[in-house]
Design a protein around this ligand. Structure first.
Ligand code: SAM
Length: 199
C-alpha cells in the first residue's frame, strides 16, 4: 500500500473513531439502554438461547458499550468477543464485562478475528461497513460448522436495499421484526449460502 493511501486510511479511521467517541462521551447513545430498545435485544437473546444452548462462542461486531452481553448471563456463553471502533464505548464494555469477555477497539472493515465462533452478531452495526455483503462474507469464514450470523437492521429508507444486497450471499434461517414506540427493527438469522442448518 502506498504511503499516501495508508496515511489517508489512518486519517479516516481516526476521524470516524473520534466522531463515535464524541457521541458516546456526550451520552448521545444512552438511548440504546432504553425500554424502547428492549425488544430488539430480547429477540437476539431469545435466538441465542434457542439456537445455541450451552456455551456458544460469540463475536459481536460494533458492540458499543456491550449491552448485548450484559443482557445475557455468564452461563449463556463460553467466550464473548466484542469489537467497536469507539474506545470510549469499549472502555465502558470492559468495565462491565466478565472473565469470558474480550473487548477490543478495531474497525470492522479491517479486524481479523482469532479462531471461529458459533454466532457472529451485527446488531445495528452493518450499516457502518463500507461493503456490507463482503464484510458479512468475510466474517462468515470465521463461523464454526453450523455457525450462524445474527444481523439486525432498523427500518430506514435504505434498509430494504441493504437486505437485498445481503440476501445474495446468505440463506435465511429465520427472522423476527420488533415494533416499539421508537422504531421497527428486523433481526435475521443467516447461514452462508448452501450451508445446512443444524436439525
Ligand atoms: C447504533 S450503535 C449499536 C451499538 C450496539 N451494537 C448496540 O446495539 O447497543 C453502532 C455501533 O457501531 C460502531 N461502529 C461504527 N463504525 C464502526 C466500524 N467501522 N467498526 C467497528 N465499529 C463501528 C459504533 O461505534 C457504535 O458503537
Amino acid at each position: 500500500m502506498g504511503q499516501l493511501t495508508s496515511f489517508i486510511k489512518r486519517k479516516i479511521f481516526r476521524i470516524n473513531r473520534e466522531r463515535w467517541n464524541y457521541q458516546y462521551d456526550k451520552g448521545l447513545w444512552e438511548g440504546l439502554k432504553g425500554l424502547n430498545e428492549l425488544a430488539r435485544f430480547s429477540v437476539i437473546v431469545g435466538y441465542i438461547k434457542y439456537l445455541k444452548p450451552g456455551q456458544p462462542e460469540m463475536l459481536e461486531i460494533g458492540c458499543g458499550e456491550g449491552l448485548l452481553q450484559q443482557r445475557l448471563q455468564i452461563q449463556n456463553y463460553g467466550r464473548f468477543v466484542g469489537i467497536d471502533i469507539s474506545d470510549s464505548a469499549i472502555q465502558t464494555a470492559q468495565a462491565q464485562g466478565d472473565e469470558k469477555c474480550t473487548y477490543e477497539v478495531d474497525d470492522m472493515d479491517k479486524y481479523q478475528p482469532e479462531g471461529t465462533f458459533d454466532l457472529i452478531i451485527f446488531n445495528e452495526s452493518i450499516y457502518y461497513s463500507r461493503h456490507p455483503l463482503e464484510t458479512l462474507q468475510r466474517y462468515a469464514t470465521h463461523l464454526k460448522a453450523n455457525g450462524l450470523l445474527v444481523v439486525t437492521i432498523n427500518d430506514h429508507k435504505h434498509s430494504d436495499e441493504l437486505w437485498q444486497t445481503i440476501r445474495d450471499g446468505f440463506d435465511l434461517l429465520d427472522e423476527a421484526t420488533t415494533v416499539t414506540s421508537k422504531s421497527t427493527c428486523v433481526c435475521k438469522i443467516l447461514l452462508p449460502k448452501g450451508a445446512k442448518a443444524e436439525s
